[in-house]
Ligand binder design. Structure first.
Ligand code: ATP
Ligand code: MG
Length: 646
């Protein structure tokens, strides 16, 4: 076993996997997936053990994915009950509130068990049963985890909607799955400001779905409008029910949740994940990729409103009996040192965040990081977008102090868990590369005609065979599932992402296939140009898209956010264009650079290039689905400045 070079307090544990184990286990997982997963499925407690492990087909006319199909289990029992005997008094969830002035909570597995059971009984009393849908519209508070696990306990299917989404987006999702109950809070404090969640729910439910019941968590005690007979306070209902609720016996293939994708490329898709395969995959990836050990304090900064929060705040860590941190706030409140203060305060060992957060904090300089003791950290993670080498190096040097392996984890809402990633103790770091496939994952790179390319190459990323965490269908629209993921390249799962494989067989995500730019016949991923821009000392963030160009076919249009305090001048514009030209080559020289004080992002922090493409094309009338935008005013601002530019 390889010894960690970490010098934090106690001796760091050995890594779970070493290079020899990786090669052996990877080969086993590809050569005989049924045997491999049959073994690893045993990490869960099954009520009735499975005898059939894998029954999957990617054939276009017969797409069907089933794992452990004759086994039964309960996901909540696996995340809570089975830990009671050995770790009932261990902290399951550390809750860090929005304001550092408020007290953090430490919730033990015993308390988690009683809260989840009560919530399950309350949901039952509101008429929710096996197979019914429950929408969860909550801030990052422990009740979000209770709600998810309470649904799982009684076999109800949850669909979480970001607390930052508008009443319209919420209404569409409540309607979309015909939810019986919405779980929400009075107000949601975030970054020192409160969103009136319950009012949003009222507005969302006003029209077509006005008989939907609502369970309301009192978070702030703020003013809300009440619907008599339909609204119930969680704290009042909890008093009336027992703290025991027998977990429902569920089939491995019963749906656990519906979750909409981020909407970066178009209309969000209602992704359906099931129980046995999903939990096996979430738990195993969590343990190996974050090198999780007994006693670790693991923190993923995502929101439970996106898939990272599902798999790597709640289901994976809790299935492993871990201590998981839930953070209600934002990285910059009350100041840009908050993440690091929380790491120090709770002695966090694994820290998992998104490139967008790293870039934002990078823009604030190293002062805020230096203010905190980060010696407890052992592993750092990144997810959501390609992480440009500049941000990777900043993260490595200033947060990891050069001692923490960084796992750049590539995956999607659809994949349920991480598919391509470095493994601590195994992988040689390469800033910007997601490196190697996880066990059971067979990535392939195809050309536009669907031919598999070998060796060092670049093309479309597809996956050759199923893995247990894969989505099973689009809610209520199996045809859309088949046409989105299996039609374009027959026999493969199509990821929608472009990818390069280098001489060491390491994978580099180059951006969305839709985002590839073709300049005078040269194909270019947007990530490359963006990385070059961000590598300039004055640039904090950049987004690049193609636009119609008379001579070149497509020109390169760059939106650039400057570091705090940098003056946007014409000289700087010329300097940046020359810089990209020298960094990548003459073909990559930007045609237009527009200063962008903000970029349009999804609520999970991803840049929506499809909107930027429309602005670059001077086409403002068909911006497409904007319901998942974090801040719509950013778009108006960019349009105004685009006009000034033209
Ligand atoms: P939609 O599918 O609705 O357009 P989305 O793809 O943004 O939205 P998610 O499932 O949240 O929804 O995001 C998955 C995508 O995020 C991946 O397909 C990839 O483009 C990007 N991504 C995630 N992690 C990484 C990573 N480590 N490196 C590069 N890209 C990543
Ligand atoms: Mg996607």
């Amino acid at each position: 076993m390889v010894q960690s070079s970490n010098t934090a307090g106690a001796k760091a544990p050995d890594f779970h996997i070493d290079p020899e184990a990786y090669d052996r286990m990877y080969a086993e997982s590809i050569n005989d997936p049924a045997a491999f997963w049959g073994e690893h499925g045993k990490r869960l407690d099954w009520i009735k053990p499975y005898t059939r492990v894998k029954n999957t087909s990617f054939a276009y006319d017969d797409v069907s994915i089933k794992w452990f199909e004759d086994g039964t289990l309960n996901v909540a029992a696996n995340c809570v009950d089975r830990h009671l005997a050995t770790r009932g008094d261990q902290t399951a969830i550390i809750w860090e509130p929005d304001s550092p002035e408020d007290e953090a909570l430490h919730i033990t597995y015993k308390e988690l068990h009683s809260q989840v059971s009560k919530m399950a009984n309350v949901l039952k009393s509101m008429g929710v049963g096996k197979g019914d849908r429950v929408v969860i519209y909550l801030p990052m508070i422990p009740e979000a985890a209770y709600s998810m696990l309470a649904c799982a306990r009684i076999g109800a299917i949850h669909s979480i909607v970001f607390a930052g989404f508008s009443p319209d987006a919420l209404g569409a999702r409540v309607n979309g799955c015909d939810a019986k109950v919405v779980i929400t809070a009075d107000h949601a404090p975030r970054g020192g400001r409160a969103t009136k969640l319950k009012d949003n729910v009222n507005q969302a439910l006003l029209h077509d779905v006005d008989d939907v019941k609502c369970l309301v968590v009192k978070r702030t005690g703020g003013q809300i409008a009440w619907r008599d007979g339909l609204d119930f306070w969680w704290h009042e209902e909890a008093e009336k029910v027992s703290a025991e609720c027998p977990p429902e016996e569920m089939n491995a293939e019963d749906p656990l949740f519906i979750l909409y994708t981020s909407g970066s490329t178009g209309q969000p898709k209602g992704v359906v994940h099931t129980s046995g395969g999903y939990l096996t995959y979430a738990a195993m990836t969590h343990e190996y990729i974050f090198d999780y050990h007994e006693g670790d304090i693991y923190w993923c900064t995502a929101d439970v409103g996106w898939v990272t929060g599902h798999s790597y705040i709640v289901y994976g860590p809790l299935a492993n009996g871990a201590t998981t941190v839930m953070f209600e706030g934002v990285p910059t409140y009350p100041d840009a040192g908050r993440f690091w203060q929380v790491c120090e305060k709770h002695k966090v060992t694994q820290f998992y965040t998104a490139p967008t957060a790293i870039r934002a904090l990078m823009g604030k300089g190293t002062g805020p990081v230096e203010g905190s003791d980060l010696s407890s950290l052992r592993i750092l993670g990144s997810v959501g977008e390609p992480i440009n080498p500049e941000a990777w190096n900043w993260y490595n040097d200033n947060v990891g102090k050069g001692k923490c392996p960084i796992v750049d984890t590539w995956w999607q809402t659809e994949t349920g868990g991480i598919l391509i990633t470095p493994l601590p103790g195994v992988t040689k770091p390469k800033p910007g590369s997601a490196t190697k496939p996880f066990f059971g994952v067979e990535p392939v790179i195809l050309d536009d005609q669907g031919n598999e390319l070998s060796g060092a190459t670049e093309g479309v990323l597809c996956i050759k065979d199923s893995w247990p965490g894969q989505m099973r269908t689009v809610w209520g629209d199996h045809a859309r599932f088949v046409s989105t993921y299996f039609e374009m390249f027959k026999g493969y799962y199509f990821t929608g992402d472009g990818c390069r494989r280098d001489e060491d067989a390491d994978y580099w995500i180059t951006g969305r296939v839709d985002d590839v730019i073709n300049v005078s016949g040269h194909r270019m991923g947007t990530a490359e140009v963006e990385s070059a821009l961000v590598a300039h000392a004055t640039v904090s963030e950049a987004a690049v898209v193609g636009y119609p160009h008379d001579i070149k076919g497509q020109g390169i249009y760059c939106y650039v956010t400057l570091m705090d305090g940098v003056e946007p001048t014409d000289e700087l514009r010329t300097e940046l264009a020359t810089w990209v030209r020298t960094e990548i080559g003459p073909i990559a020289k930007p045609d237009v650079i527009q200063w962008a004080p903000g970029l349009p992002k999804t609520r999970s922090g991803k840049i929506m290039r499809r909107i930027l493409r429309k602005i670059a094309e001077n086409d403002y009338d068909s911006l497409g689905d904007t319901s998942t935008l974090a801040d719509p005013s950013v778009v108006d601002d960019l349009i105004t400045n685009r006009t000034a530019l033209a």
